[in-house]
Design a protein around this ligand. Sequence first.
Ligand code: XMP
Length: 334
Amino acid sequence: MNNPNVRPDTMLRITNKELADKFIEEQVAAVRAQVGDKKVLLALSGGVDSSVVAALLIKAIGKQLICVHVNHGLMRKGESEQVIEIFGKSLDANLVYVDATDRFLDLLAGVSDPESKRKIIGKEFIEVFADEARKLEGVEFLAQGTIYPDILESVKQAEGKKAVKSHHNVGGLPDDLKFELVEPVKLLFKDEVRVVGEALGLPHGMVYRQPFPGPGLGVRCLGAITRDRLHALREADAILREEFANNGLAEKVWQYFVVIPDIKSVGVKDDSRYEGWPAIIRAVNTKDAMTATIEEIPYAVLHKICARITSEVEGINRVLYDITPKPTGTIEWE
Ligand code: XMP
């Protein structure tokens, strides 16, 4: 028998709407056959993979799918709102929205070690999700946005290859929560998931969203996270994204974001001394995130971003541009 976790050689690469529609039709039938009239739970982050799985399952089983969106307080500006708008309103999904900001930020207060931060965020995410799962009755299935590179990566890890960072997504749930997995896109590569997402009618911006780490802004607010610095980071990042979109860079650059270190420098504003944090801009291109090169951002765009961030964001008095490729820098700073 075929191994269900191995992509068959005969499987066509999904490159257009016609192939995507065929895939969707097959998966809708497969999901219906697998779950019958039972309920399915999904952690919906708003990232490409979980969003596509949500849209696919809504098509297949409607309100039998319960989407749980955990806002860990480390989302980018407008992201949770977009999940509520698209899934809660437009697609009329069964959506549970959990604002767990205080739970996460209280636990992270004073924690500066990057790996400890990642572990806290990963563990707490599972706990919040598990708390929600326990409140629901009659759920037998858990849907996941596992894609083929995730499977290939776990094979590599099982072979003992060392990871640079403990990347987290939804890890294992506690023992009292036992579900059968529903993983409709597990044999697809990212570009195929996107084609399927567009065929399902998800907005282009959501389907082509740049990668965003599981720990979110938590690994971009360097060192011990404080609410004021996190707020400044979110606002500065939103300005960067807006300017990249306005200047045709959003489609050209693979990943771009702001990082704010836990240091202050002296500056001047309105003729007075103004101590503030620097906002560091990172914009990289890569194929597989294993190595990355730096995108050349036109100076005029950098000037505009600098002017906007320093005038619009409270607490920031400088803007720096990180020109380090990977290696030696990793893409994220933590
Ligand atoms: P690094 O910083 O290791 O990042 O060069 C490579 C890519 O992975 C993303 N990244 C994560 N993705 N969970 C994720 O799902 C994580 O914990 C995580 N950490 C880093 C990073 O944004 C980049 O695209």
